[in-house]
Design a protein around this ligand. Sequence first.
Ligand code: 5GP
Length: 129
Amino acid sequence: MSSIFTKIINGEIPSYKVAENENFYAFLDINPNAKGHTLVVPKKEVNKLFDLEESLYNELMSFSRQIGLAIEKCIPCNRVGMAVIGLEVPHVHVHLIPLKKMEDIQFKKKEKLEPEEFEAIAKKIAENL
Ligand code: 5GP
């Protein structure tokens, strides 16, 4: 069965898309730690980060860097943090999280956003790529 992220990539489940290329899809996390929390996912469905073939792993880091730089340009924060967890969704994804303080990387306190705000944030990050 396809992962929830494969369904998002295929457009079967809606998402607030930030960017896409041949191998990767970036979109806003639906339950964000902070405004601008973005997930970067390889289209190839692989469970664990270090099981990616090395070239795809390197491309994922490079693509994530581009998105992270765009987030830094338009979302007020001290820096963009990066985490790979995958305990909830077994399809590799990089979390890019705008950080103001250490707690923002802890996946405890969540932001509640309206659809219009998600849309505006995704658009702003995309425009800064
Ligand atoms: P992890 O697998 O890294 O522990 O967490 C998975 C992340 O995916 C969580 O931050 C969760 O909010 C996010 N997530 C789970 N399902 C969806 C979804 O359907 N849409 C979006 N945009 N994010 C999701």
